[in-house]
Ligand binder design. Structure first.
Ligand code: C2E
Ligand code: CA
Ligand code: CA
Length: 913
């Protein structure tokens, strides 16, 4: 298809128009091209323009004459397309390039703006690359952290402003931002000088370049804000927890804030009160709000008034109000604290009450009064208070210090401590006894009582009380205290006092390596005998005499104490070795060598001494026990001796203890037997009776002698059931002999009695029962007691002996001659028989004092109508001597050893037969 058009156009017009178009086209393209910044773009666009123009020009064919023939044929289409494409390309290039250009201009404008922002921002800002390296920081940043920009640029930020332990975490955060996250956090960073700063950080990703992302970090210093917040929080906590009520009101009197204490005090919940008129708290009669004019005139005001609770009840309060102003100084509200002063009011009225009571009591009891304002240290002292100390009214300073200055220096600290205790609320009353200086310079004992009055917080603000002169009472007490520490008879320290001295010495041992002490336990030998025979009064005189002599044996620092009865103790202070203690003991023995003259009697006294030393490491009270054990050993070894405590002794003491429990089981298990020792007529050598002697068939130890177990049985009380058994057993045996020898109605059985048995209230009834059960006549039973047993309590013994002899039972004195009893006394006791102790009998045949005594005893006894039995006759010589002295009866190995009941029967049989 040929599209053909032929237009006739006058030549000159066409040429002109074509030129104009070309010029305009070229001009327009030129302008466009000129705007290209890039020279390559200009060249390309220029060439394209030329190509496009050439193409279009090729379409112009000059026709006839001045006509221009424009014909577009099919084969012209590529040319037209190419020209259009070229023009389009130019347009496209122009569009793209121009947009680029305008963006660039915008970017430059933005950048300037951002730089402005960056540099002038009050916040510290840092720009980082996605490896956390610093690209740029602003001045606030360098100010905040103390690094210069050059110091920090290119470095990893986290290594500069983070503590080592949180660097990794910070780096991870930067990475997250670099990946496109936006992060805000509050944390702590450190400055160049190592100090820390609380910061709020905002991190935003900033894309730049090809897919690159930078991190834009904004740091705000929140240290001050945090500190303020903490203070505020604390303040709020304080307001919420204080026991004081706090209310804030606006100028209209509406409550805008109230703390829990205030609400609770008035029976409300805080939220319920917001917006209410503050007069909700005021009791009607006390509601007196301030006028704005009055408010202007004041800044703060206090008052005591009465408030009302939600339930209508009222209570006294102390209110303190302060005006709150805005920064310009105009009043915006009132803050009021409210304190419930019910307790203080009660205390005050109690004080008034007690003051009245005190005043009354003081008039009656002659007490001085004092009243002290604690904070001010001012004190009021009544006239009586002053006169107790000998002062006139004006001479006493009205301060508490005056009082303390006049307290005895030794008492001052204690009084202060007692007072502090009360002021701190740890003692209900203040009560103190101390010495105060009288005007005459002497010290008087006073009793001070007082009571502190406290505010709602328990702080004492006032204290009042009385002062009493107790000097007279103290004097009595001191005497009593002396008696409590000292033995009244001898004036020596008593057991209690000694214990405290021992404790003190024991403490010193613990403190000082080189210090040791010894305890001497002294027991007067045979003191009982003196006491019993010469009377208690003489006994007392002897103790006083001994005490005086013991004191002479002491070295400086040593103490002698009386423990009880005839027991003394010497504390030997600071010994170097055991010899020091033994030397003291020797001095004691020496000192006692000269006899005492008491009521014209010459009395020899010896002591047995046991020694224990602190070297054993025992506690103080154990030392005394050990010394006691050693003393027993000394006694057992023959009086007037001294023994040092050792382990073996302890073991012996332990054995004694064991024996006690063994004794009880022995009785139940039937381990006791009786052996029978014949009593013989020295004249005819016929057996007139037997003495029953106990034997213990111990399963482990064999036969145990009564000399060993009877004392233990006596000490432990086992002797009572044991004695009952022995009596019944002996009478039963007697019954058997009677069956065998019914004619021997003259035969007697002697049973040994210990002191404790004699004291038994039902002894007589017991005996009567045994006699009835065994069919033995009372005349056949003889009871043997030692003279000391009888002398223990002569009146009591007389009664018992009398009742027994009324029954027909004879009482014999055993071991006669070892005690101090007098024969005439024994005859008065209606004693029938005495047995001369073996120690005298064994001395017969010698020409000594003892033999003379035996003679005298036998002769005297005969004169008084008392029968005599000689004990322990071992030799024919002794027998002859006794017969010469007309001693009727005897016992002893010369006649027979103690034998079993059956063997004794055989002895009888042999005689009768
Ligand atoms: P005692 O009453 O003086 O008893 C006499 C002691 O002298 C007995 O010792 C006896 O065996 C011993 N004896 C007798 N003749 C001679 C002699 O010729 N030469 C020697 N060397 N000794 C002789 P025994 O049996 O060991 O009794 C000791 C003490 O035990 C008794 O002394 C008595 O006081 C007490 N006793 C014994 N049995 C009982 C008892 O059943 N009850 C009580 N309370 N005490 C008892
Ligand atoms: Ca006897
Ligand atoms: Ca005897």
């Amino acid at each position: 298809m040929v599209v053909c058009c032929r237009v006739w156009v006058p030549m000159n017009v066409l040429v002109l128009a074509a030129l104009v178009i070309l010029l305009l086209g070229a001009g327009w393209a030129g302008v466009l091209i000129a705007r290209f910044r890039d020279r390559r773009h200009q060249v390309i666009a220029g060439l394209l323009l030329v190509v496009a123009l050439t193409h279009l020009a090729s379409l112009l064919r000059v026709g006839d004459a001045w006509g221009v023939d424009v014909s577009i044929q099919l084969d012209d289409l590529p040319t037209i397309g190419a020209a259009l494409a070229v023009l389009f390309t130019i347009l496209l290039i122009q569009h793209v390039v121009m947009r680029d250009e305008s963006q660039r201009a915008e970017f430059i404008a933005d950048k300037a703006y951002l730089t402005e922002l960056f540099e002038n921002s009050p916040e510290a800002i840092v720009l980082l690359d996605n490896e956390s390296r610093v690209l740029r920081v602003n001045a606030p940043f360098t100010d905040l952290f103390g690094f210069s920009a050059s110091e920090i640029t290119g470095k990893v930020i986290d290594e500069l402003v983070c503590d080592p332990e949180c660097r990794e975490e910070a780096y991870a955060l930067t990475q997250r931002i670099a990946k496109g996250e936006k992060i805000s956090l509050e944390t702590v960073r450190c400055r160049r000088d190592g100090t820390h700063v609380d910061v709020a950080i905002t991190g935003v990703p900033v894309p730049y370049g090809a897919g690159q992302v930078a991190v834009f970090g904004i740091y705000r210093d929140v240290t001050q804000r945090n500190r303020t917040e903490r203070v505020l929080r604390r303040l709020q906590k304080a307001v919420e927890t204080t026991q004081l009520g706090v209310t804030v009101t606006n100028l209209d009197g509406e409550i805008v804030f109230v703390n829990p204490a205030e609400a609770e005090m008035h029976g409300w919940i805080p939220d319920e009160l917001i917006g209410k008129d503050v007069r909700v708290f005021a009791a009607e009669s006390h509601a007196m709000p301030m006028t704005p004019d009055q408010l202007k005139a004041v800044t703060s005001w206090n008052r005591e008034t009465v408030n009302v609770r939600r339930d209508g009840s009222v209570f006294p309060v102390q209110l303190m109000s302060d005006v709150v102003r805005d920064p310009e100084g105009s009043i915006i509200g009132i803050v009021t604290t409210c304190e419930d002063i019910t307790r203080r009011k009660e205390a005050e009225s109690a004080l008034r009450g007690s003051e009245e009571r005190y005043a009354l009591a003081a008039r009656g009891a002659n007490d001085g009064l004092w009243d002290w304002e604690v904070q001010q240290r001012k004190a009021y002292y009544s006239n009586r208070w002053k006169s107790i100390l000998g002062y006139e009214e004006i001479e006493v300073e009205g301060t508490i210090d005056w009082w303390f200055e006049h307290i005895h220096p030794e008492d001052r600290d204690r009084v202060q401590a007692e007072l502090d205790l009360h002021l701190e609320g740890q003692s209900e009353h203040f009560e103190s006894e101390h010495r105060m200086q009288h005007r005459d310079g002497t010290y008087r004992w006073v009793l001070v009582r007082g009571l502190a009055v406290r505010d709602a917080h328990g702080e004492p603000y006032r204290m009042a009380g009385s002062l009493t002169d107790i000097s007279a009472r103290k004097r009595v007490e001191e005497t009593l205290a002396r008696d409590a520490l000292y033995d009244v008879l001898t004036g020596l320290p008593n057991r209690g006092f000694l214990s405290s001295l021992l404790e003190r010495a024991a403490r010193r041992v613990r403190r000082r390596k080189d210090y040791q002490f010894a305890v001497l336990f002294l027991d007067v030998d045979r003191f009982k005998v003196v006491n019993d025979s010469l009377g208690h009064e003489t006994g007392d005189q002897l103790l006083v005499g001994i005490a005086q002599r013991l004191e002479r044996c002491l070295r400086p620092g040593d103490v002698v104490a009386r423990l009880a009865g005839d027991e003394f103790c010497i504390l030997v202070d600071g010994i170097g070795e055991i010899g020091d203690a033994i030397r003291v003991a020797e001095r004691v023995h020496d000192e006692l060598k000269t006899p005492f003259v008491l009521n014209s009697h010459r009395v020899f006294a010896t002591v047995s001494i046991g020694i224990a030393t602190s070297e054993s490491g025992e506690a103080a009270e154990h030392l005394l026990r050990d010394a006691d054990t050693a003393m027993y050993r000394a006694k057992a070894r023959g009086r007037a001796r001294c023994e040092v405590f050792d382990r073996a002794m302890h073991a012996r003491a332990m054995r004694l203890l064991e024996m006690e429990s063994d004794l009880r089981t022995a009785l139940e298990a039937g381990q006791f037997r009786l052996a029978y020792l014949p009593v013989v007529s020295l004249e005819s050598r016929q057996i007139t009776g037997f003495e029953a002697l106990a034997r213990w068939e111990h399963p482990g130890r064999g036969i145990v002698s009564p000399a060993e177990f009877v004392p233990v049985a006596e000490e432990t009380g086992v002797i009572i059931p044991f004695g009952r058994w022995a009596l019944r057993e002996a009478c039963t045996q007697m019954g058997r002999w009677m069956e065998r020898f019914p004619d021997r109605r003259d035969l007697t059985i002697s049973v040994n009695m210990s002191a404790r048995q004699l004291q038994q209230a039902d002894l007589v009834d017991d005996i009567r029962q045994v006699l009835a059960d065994t069919g033995i006549a009372p005349q056949q039973l003889k009871l043997e007691v030692t003279e000391t047993v009888l002398m223990n309590d002569p009146d009591f013994s007389t009664g018992v002996v009398q009742r027994l002899s009324e029954m027909g039972i004879q009482v014999q004195i055993d071991d006669f001659g070892t005690g101090y009893s007098s024969l005439s006394y024994l005859s008065r006791l209606r004693i029938d028989t005495l047995k001369i102790d073996r120690s005298f009998v064994s001395s017969l045949g010698e020409h000594g004092e003892r033999a003379v005594i035996v003679e005298a005893i036998i002769r005297l006894a005969r004169d008084l109508g008392i029968h005599v039995i000689a004990e322990g006759v071992e030799t024919a010589e002794q027998l002859e001597s006794l017969r010469g002295l007309v001693c009727e009866h005897g016992q002893g190995f010369l006649f027979s050893r103690p034998v079993t009941g059956d063997a004794a029967g055989d002895l009888l049989g042999a005689q009768t037969g």
